[in-house]
Design a protein. Structure first.
Length: 341
């Protein structure tokens, strides 16, 4: 059996695993009928193309895996450095009859953010595919399971198509859920708390932007791959990669739509908050306008000085109170007559 994948999370990628001591995650020699035989480093070093297609899945952080890539993989050192780099945007580069592909997948590990996307670097040629990762790639785990049950691809082109399809399949539900959350927030704008809705809308917009940052260039990679003139990429595989490219393009469009609708919803929410604040300020202004003249009068008659009228008259307070109420009533009538309220 191949070495275990590690105890990291489940995803298009997952949480950070402890590095394998020897860097070998999986290694299979395919039988061309959907199955394959698991091998270790000795089997990898002894592999010959006539034995069958080799799939080698390694951890880029392990020193043993790095030494193998530099010393025994027969890949140019510049390309090895490119394979070992992390946090790269999706890209494709043809080198003779071999192709280097860097793809991204979402992180579906419980408690992790889907927009914390993980990467996998692929070196594909006639008779072998070398995949390099750091965090766990569930698409690779799916491929291993398919090979162990005799349902996997039979050659390098099939391995590439399988991994690309699985990465996009696992990304689809994340984008659908994001779109559904935006729809729900559009309905909640009328009833939800403003602070909570603004926070949720901001989070969804950031998530959509982060996903699109890597998915848009991946769309270009998927569109370019079928055009590479390499002998191991048959017409069937080219057609399947075009289907993956179309699916990726639709996902990018869905992300654009979700991002734009979240922005419109946030603008509507901000407008409602602004209208509510304006109504509140208007009400406070009207109350202040009504109370300002009575407040002036009460302040004037409240000074402790001699000579104030009515100080010796028993009905002076009642007359003063009636004058204030009459003044307030007159102000309200005037404001209504002017249609200010």
């Amino acid at each position: 059996m191949a070495p275990a994948e590690g105890k990291d999370g489940a995803a298009g990628g997952g949480s950070l695993p402890p590095a394998d001591e020897d860097g070998l995650v999986y290694a299979f020699i395919l039988d061309g009928k959907g199955g394959g035989r698991a091998i270790g480093w000795d089997g990898v070093d002894g592999w010959r193309p006539e034995a069958g297609t080799l799939w080698l899945h390694i951890d880029r952080t392990a020193a043993a895996a790095q030494r193998w890539l530099y010393d025994r993989s027969a890949i140019d050192s510049v390309m090895v450095e490119a394979l070992l780099q992390g946090n790269r945007r999706p890209r494709v580069l043809a080198v003779g009859e071999e192709v280097m592909v860097y793809l991204r997948g979402v992180n579906l590990n419980p408690g992790a953010d889907p927009d914390d996307m993980i990467g996998i670097a692929l070196w594909v040629g006639q008779g072998r595919l070398i995949s390099v990762r750091h965090r766990r790639i569930m698409a690779a785990a799916d491929l291993r399971e398919a090979i162990e049950h005799g349902r996997g691809p039979g050659d390098a082109g099939g391995l590439l198509v399988y991994l690309a399809e699985r990465l996009m399949e696992r990304m689809g539900p994340v984008i659908v859920e994001l779109d559904d959350q935006v729809d729900a927030l559009q309905d909640d704008v009328l009833t939800g708390g403003a602070a909570e809705l603004r926070s949720r809308l901001g989070h969804l917009r950031r998530e959509a932007i982060a996903l699109r940052r890597y998915l848009a260039p991946q769309r270009e990679v998927m569109a370019r791959l079928p055009q590479e003139q390499v002998p191991w990429l048959t017409q069937r595989y080219r057609n399947e990669l075009r289907e993956v490219a179309d699916r990726t393009a639709r996902m990018v469009e869905d992300l654009d739509s979700a991002r734009d609708r979240a922005a419109v919803t946030q603008d509507e929410l901000n407008s409602r908050i602004s209208d509510q604040m304006n109504r509140t300020m208007y009400l406070l202004t009207v109350v202040s306008a009504v109370l300002l003249p009575p407040s002036f009068l009460t302040g004037l008659f409240g000074v402790n000085l001699g000579g104030l009228p009515g100080t010796d008259t028993p009905l002076a307070f009642a007359a003063f109170l009636a004058a204030i109420l009459g003044l307030a009533a007159f102000e309200l009538w005037l404001l209504r007559r002017l249609k200010w309220i």
